[in-house]
Design a protein around this ligand. Structure first.
Ligand SMILES: Cc1cc2nc3c(=O)[nH]c(=O)nc-3n(C[C@H](O)[C@H](O)[C@H](O)COP(=O)(O)OP(=O)(O)OC[C@H]3O[C@@H](n4cnc5c(N)ncnc54)[C@H](O)[C@@H]3O)c2cc1C
Length: 556
């Protein structure tokens, strides 16, 4: 019987490993790949998707099209039983747990993002890892321009027009350059925004950006970005973030509604739970790409720590987490797999980078290829040519090229088809003194205080007196939204640094309908506070002209 090779993950490492093994082994093995999506994402093009120079569907390719002769399973990988040689996945509409057996297992699950170490970052930071992230970022940036164009509040305008990108590595620099280009090319549609009102910043913890590149090129990149008005803060990290502000490690408070995090690489939950030896958050493998002590488990790509020499210690002694290396590792793995199946000795992985390229947006880039350094327009052109060649499949290449040509000839599209901005249930952090909402604004959700203290101020219509009420952990406010859309009657501010759970109306009504104890609690609450009969599942219209009783002032 043919051995079964199972590849976990359809990114650069998994896709190219499966492709190369198909080519090398032909029909000597059965190959299956499992990926959460049925497409491969070309991550280096994500900043261009976020900037709108490429349509989202053109930065991805169907795995079935790219991997002829390889079985493709779209499923969520849950766990691996290494003793029984079985992988459990959740698949299909019902998300049924299904067991997939293997003879040889290849782990190529990439890295996840963990922002939980910086207070507020997981709640308010936008990530740049998936296609959805790139689409959301583009929509978010355009929504901020839309908001800045129409707001009458200088404070809100300043926050809306300040864009922060955290991390000065490849993805951070490419993202900040592309965002700036998107904004610059879109401004002609927003007549009330002056270019000098735009602020775009990059924060990098190290003492220079693009640590993977020679210092001279990194300096060129920094100078180019600065000339285009991008502020670069070096030796600066993020201490905390909220929906309206970012506090740097130097204590600077920046009003911003956009924080893009390209930091926080961490092993995914699936990889962590495999209980394989991890080093620096990656699966420590032999130079043959096998997991130590297991001749049927291999790992490569971003999830693996691959030594490039014996007794590797320094970070430079290990393969960097880049697409360029993932593709070389995949080729090496295919050769070693063929050797393993034929009981031949395995070769050690060694590869010296042929160079590195980064696009800075606005037709500028930096490159180092085989010791030759390039910057400016030639480097940018080389970047595009290289990635065009690396793109899998001729049709993807043609589509991306067509997108680039069109983008060069036309204005940036500022259409946002659907707001990807807000989740229906989300956490939000506020710093002491932050305004949560103010009287007269449209109600957007039911708020529950998890940590901290809030203060509500509301003026009593009858007496004209101001009522002040403190709202602490476990208490909620804003539930009058249950009765229908209306404008806030009071203003809420955070007294201390606070964390709240915000649930929008649709989600809240569903939860109250689905959980009888919750529905019953709010049914009683609405009766007590508003003297109205409401039953979960029922949509009431906010009684026109209705005024909330002052004694229930927390119920704004
Ligand atoms: C914005 C950005 C720009 C970049 N620019 C460059 C660049 O210019 N040059 C360069 O060389 N590199 C660049 N990189 C890095 C490069 O993209 C990565 O090194 C490369 O994608 C790693 O490939 P991988 O296969 O190991 O992981 P990934 O490409 O992340 O693939 C992992 C796959 O596993 C799947 N997966 C994970 N967990 C599960 C699960 N539980 N169930 C099912 N499927 C799962 C994921 O969906 C994904 O398809 C960039 C990365 C980013 C994010």
């Amino acid at each position: 019987m043919r051995p079964k090779i199972l590849v976990l993950g359809g990114g650069f490492a998994g896709l190219f490993a499966a492709k190369e093994m198909r080519r090398t082994l032909r029909d000597a093995a059965e190959i299956e790949i499992i990926n959460s999506e049925n497409y491969f994402v070309f991550q280096p093009l994500l900043p261009e998707v976020a900037a709108g120079s490429i349509a989202p569907t053109h930065a991805v390719s169907p795995l079935r099209y790219l991997l002829r002769g390889v079985a493709v399973r779209k499923a969520r990988i849950e766990s691996v039983d290494f003793d029984r040689k079985v992988v459990t996945v959740f698949q299909g509409v019902q998300r049924r747990p299904t067991k997939v057996s293997y003879d040889q297992l290849i782990i190529a699950l990439g890295q996840a993002t963990d922002l939980s170490r910086i207070p507020g970052m997981a709640e308010h930071g936008l990530t740049m890892k998936t296609l959805e992230d790139a689409r959301r970022l583009r929509a978010h940036v355009i929504e901020r321009l839309e908001h800045a164009e129409i707001t009458s509040s200088p404070e809100i305008k300043r926050g809306a027009l300040t864009f922060c990108v955290i991390g000065g590595g490849f993805s951070g620099i490419e993202t900040v350059g592309e965002i700036k280009e998107l904004i610059d090319r879109s401004l002609k549609f927003y007549r009330k925004i002056r270019p000098e009102e735009i602020r775009v910043l990059t924060l990098e913890f190290a003492d220079r950006i693009l640590g993977e590149m020679p210092a001279t090129l990194a300096e060129y990149a920094a100078a180019n970005l600065r000339t285009r008005g991008i502020e670069i803060r070096l030796k600066t990290g993020v201490a905390s973030a909220t929906g309206t502000q970012l506090v740097t490690s130097a204590g600077e408070v920046i009003d911003t509604r956009t924080i893009v995090a390209t930091i926080g690489s961490a092993p995914s939950r699936t990889v962590r739970e495999m209980e394989l030896p991890l080093q620096n958050g990656r699966i420590a493998v032999e130079r043959t790409l096998q997991v130590p002590g297991r001749n049927d488990v291999w790992a490569l790509g971003d999830c693996a720590l691959i030594p490039l020499k014996e007794k590797a210690r320094d970070p430079a002694d290990f393969a960097p987490p880049t697409a360029q290396f993932a593709v070389r590792e995949a080729r090496h793995l295919a050769r070693n797999m063929a050797a393993a199946l034929q009981s031949r000795p395995l070769a050690r992985f060694c590869y010296a980078s042929q160079g590195s390229l980064a696009s800075l947006g606005a037709h500028r880039g930096v490159a180092e290829v085989r010791g030759r350094r390039l910057s400016g327009f030639p480097a940018w052109l080389l970047w595009r040519a290289y990635y065009l060649m690396l793109l899998p499949g001729p049709s993807t290449r043609m589509r991306v090229l067509a997108n680039w040509l069109l983008d060069a000839l036309s204005a940036r599209n500022v259409v946002v088809l659907r707001s990807h901005d807000t989740q229906s249930v989300r956490h939000a952090l506020y710093r002491a003194g932050d305004r949560v909402f103010e009287a007269g604004s449209r109600a957007d959700g039911v708020y529950t205080v998890i940590e901290g203290e809030m203060e509500l101020r509301l003026s009593d219509e009858e007496t004209g007196k101001e009522i002040v009420r403190s709202i602490g952990p476990g208490e909620h406010f804003g539930e009058s939204l249950i009765l229908g859309d209306h404008l806030r009657l009071g203003t809420v501010r955070a007294v201390t640094d606070s964390r709240v759970l915000i649930t929008d109306r649709e989600a809240f009504l569903m939860l109250a309908d689905g959980y009888s104890f919750l529905g019953e609690y709010f049914r009683k609450r609405i009766r007590e506070v508003y003297d109205l009969d409401w039953t979960p599942g029922q949509t009431l219209k906010w009684p026109r002209g209705a005024r909330e009783p002052a004694e229930n002032a927390a119920q704004v």
